[in-house]
Design a protein around this ligand. Sequence first.
Ligand code: PEP
Ligand code: MN
Length: 352
Amino acid sequence: MGAVLIFEKTTRGVFMIVTIKNNVETSQIDNLLEWIKSLGLSTHVSRGDTDMIIGLIGDTTKLDIDLLRSLDIVDSVTRIQETYKNANRKFHPENTVVNVDGHTFGNENFPIIAGPCSVESYEQVLETAKAVKASGATILRGGAFKPRTSPYSFQGLGCDGLEILRAVRKETGMPIVTEITSVRYIEEFEDVDIIQVGARNMQNFELLKELGRTGKKILLKRGLSATIEELLMSAEYLMAGGATDIILCERGIRTFEPMTRNTLDLSAIPLIKEKTHLPVIVDPSHASGLNRLVRPMSLAAVGAGCDGLIIEVHNNPARALCDGAQSLRPDQFDELVKAIDVMLPLVGKKRG
Ligand code: PEP
Ligand code: MN
């Protein structure tokens, strides 16, 4: 390589370096430069004895990097800044703090969301909500629309489930978080405090676009096989539409290990916090799939610096219609919160 390019850091552009193969026709390079310029980018050409590299300066988000790589004359393309901008900490160094009825994610407070996997009845949700609230949970979870692997499994109570959540919110004063599975329910979710986008819908881009436009608070869970960058790109979809209050959730990824439902990616927590200003919470229930692993994984997640937890708790896990094996009993949850309280000062946080 006979040429070196040094770019100044700027927040205005997203850069790429294109290395051109040896012995290519000047006309081919001119064609390439013309195409790049037509996309509104400026170029910086640097020729060595045998090699040539082109620096692309400007917003390269609209450029198809795979198309560029596939060109005959192109040897390699290196992106030197990320394609997510709204979610990028480089362009927004301060933490985003998401405030849900006074419970804040992303600062020194550490809220715990708890509740059943799915809404089964008013009594079940109310009993569980009262128990988790007494132990220190501040936000109630519960799925009304359930994305199940089998169409024959319990699919959730749908809009009746949302009604139950509203009634329990009224009774307990706890804000609610519940999952949306389709754009066609957006109106029904109008008064939901935090709308959850589940792992299976993390890349449902039409849903993300529509939700982004509502400006509502969103809990975005990492997809089963999604990379950290893909998670951040999904957050970018929401933010490109106008949403600002987004909480990310690491909930385990699929690996070759069958002893746990998923593998909790603990290193994702500090990495995500490095890459983005958005808060990140952890779901140890779906990450492990096993009741007895929820406590150690919760404590590990606190140690890794997450901004909160979302934990499945059921008043009677043995009778749960969904995810009973990973759901904590209320007494186990109570014990866990006590252990979390011991750890929080070590990471400079307090339960809130
Ligand atoms: C859930 O929170 O109940 C759920 C289905 O989670 P995930 O989308 O992470 O699997
Ligand atoms: Mn579940």
